[in-house]
Design a protein around this ligand. Structure first.
Ligand code: NAD
Length: 489
């Protein structure tokens, strides 16, 4: 059951992902999709819209008839109690028609203010009274801060147990984010070095070239900290920092991630601006085209204090990571679209090659999350020719573009996992709570301090100068992401 079935997420991601699962034979023949949204649509119109979404996402035209015959629609205002009864009847009827054995997945692809209401009604109007499994898949944002997240969670828990709630963080569905564990735990080469004896610092960058587009109203209340840091960035840090789980199952992996987040040193209010910096874009050039500044975007306050860029230093207080900073940065309207992790190893104890023209570069392990997918290891080797000069070399493994065409999209994997009851790549409440608590201190300071330098970076640039300074203080610098691209290797 998809709530918000006429929305952008359903059309761009959910319907094409369901279709790909169907095509790969990963969806049982006994399935029905019940779309729910406010707009009044006939069954036929809804099926047509599903077909359109699949053809525009995947360019498929043939064979859609049979697939969309499994789709049903109910126009329903989620705040109106009466229509849930109708929905229950339709769900029961489909259950019988497709022999679904009472298994129900409720996907909330709607604005977050409705999450609590829908949860309440699903229970009070009997939709969760079913003989099979019942699961709730819920989109971000999960709350606006710790308090609202806790309130929402308590409400949802009236209708669903923790293990029935699948909180989406679509970064966890990305192939290379899932690969972090494999790189770490399946290679004798890395895990022994994965600590403060050998690693100097870790940098996680997620940059976008897009601006806020038509999401100004949402973004004004969110900013980059809530939109990106609390969830995606902190999830990547948890995966990089966690201890090896004793088994690769949901509970063990999640509990190690929770432990990593618990080891995060909380910030005191007076420390916030020493550890975290913010930016807001002004007008500039993206792909040689002039784009407006954030304050000129629709539904944005012309004097907005909202950050569109965040860089920060996370300190993890445990034996493994003491002394190793985890730097994160994320922003909109930057020079390139790229998500990468750079693990910078410490310098060797003594440089025997000090008299070469080049200074020795540190070894780097780069994990390319998107748009490129792959890993690169930066080493030093002997320069060809006479003498003992060194030169940097890069060993790369990139998913080929045709592989990438076939790599399941994050939503495809997450939908499949939720149907199979595998919650590993969804966030547990404890992770959500810990990351909100961490981020809340930062937002409480930033909301009360107007940033006088805003706007402080040009669209198309690498972000504000303060982000560079944050690392310079520690004697480090950001590895420029575009130079690390696999294509440049
Ligand atoms: P949207 O505005 O495009 O769609 C909202 C849907 O909710 C529509 O189908 C609309 O009919 C329905 N709706 C609104 N009010 C309703 C009511 N009272 N009763 C019944 N239906 C109602 O939103 P979206 O972009 O698809 O986003 C949905 C959720 O997914 C949000 O939580 C968003 O944060 C999250 N999300 C979206 C994307 C994306 O790419 N669009 C990405 C990540 C997360």
């Amino acid at each position: 059951m998809i709530f918000g079935a006429t929305g952008d997420l359903a059309h761009r991601k959910l319907f094409p992902s369901l279709y790909r699962l169907h095509k790969k034979g990963r969806l049982s023949e006994r399935f029905a999709v019940l779309g729910v949204a406010r707009r009044s649509l006939t069954q036929e119109e809804f099926r047509e819209s599903v077909k359109k979404s699949i053809s525009s996402a995947l360019g498929e035209h043939a064979e859609l008839e049979d697939f969309v015959s499994h789709f049903y629609y109910q126009s329903h205002d989620v705040t109106d109690s009466g229509s849930y009864i109708q929905l229950r009847e339709l769900a029961n009827q489909l259950d019988e028609q497709y022999s679904l054995e009472g298994n129900r997945l409720f996907y909330l692809a709607m604005a977050p203010e409705f999450f609590g209401t829908i949860g309440d009604h699903l229970k009070s109007d009997g939709l969760t009274d079913t003989t099979g499994y019942k699961r709730l898949v819920i989109e971000k944002p999960f709350g606006h801060d710790f308090e609202s997240a806790q309130e929402l969670n308590t409400r949802l828990r009236q209708a669903f147990a923790e293990e029935e709630i699948y909180r989406i963080d679509h970064y966890l569905g990305k192939a290379m984010v899932q690969n972090i564990q494999v790189i770490r735990f399946a290679n004798a080469l890395f895990e022994p070095l994965w600590n403060n004896r050998y690693i100097s610092n870790i940098q996680v960058t997620s940059s976008e070239t897009l601006g806020v587009e038509e999401r100004g109203r949402y973004y004004e209340n969110s900013g980059a900290l809530r939109d990106m840091v609390q969830n995606h960035m902190m999830q990547m840090v948890a995966l990089l920092a966690m201890e090896p789980p004793i088994k690769l199952n949901t509970d063990e992996i999640r509990s190690e991630k929770v432990r990593a987040l618990r080891s995060l040193r909380p910030l005191e209010k007076h420390e916030v601006n020493d550890y975290f910096v913010r930016g807001q874009y002004k007008e500039g050039l993206i792909n040689s085209e002039r784009v407006p500044g954030y304050r000129e975007e629709p539904n944005v306050d012309p004097d907005s204090n909202t950050e569109t860029f965040v860089a920060g230093k996370l300190v993890i207080d445990n034996f493994r990571w003491a002394g190793v900073p985890f730097y994160i940065r994320t922003g909109k309207r930057l020079g390139s679209k790229s998500t990468k992790i750079v693990v910078q190893f410490k310098d060797i104890p003594m440089n025997l090659y000090y008299n070469t023209e080049e200074t020795l570069s540190p070894n780097l392990l780069v994990i390319h999350i998107q748009p490129e997918e792959g890993i690169t290891l930066h080493l030093n080797a002997k320069k060809i020719g006479a003498g003992m000069k060194t030169t940097p070399v890069k060993l790369s493994s990139a998913s080929k573009s045709e592989d990438r065409m076939n790599t399941p999209e994050a939503y495809e994997k997450l939908l499949y996992d939720s149907m199979m009851g595998d919650a590993t790549n969804f966030t547990h409440w404890d992770e959500v709570a810990l990351s909100w608590k961490f981020v809340d201190t930062i937002s409480s300071v930033w909301e009360t301090q107007k940033e006088p330098s805003f706007p402080n970076y040009g669209a198309g640039s690498d972000g504000p100068r303060v982000a560079e300074k944050l690392l310079e203080k520690d004697g480090h610098y950001w590895w420029p992401v575009e130079n690390l691209d696999i294509d440049n290797c």
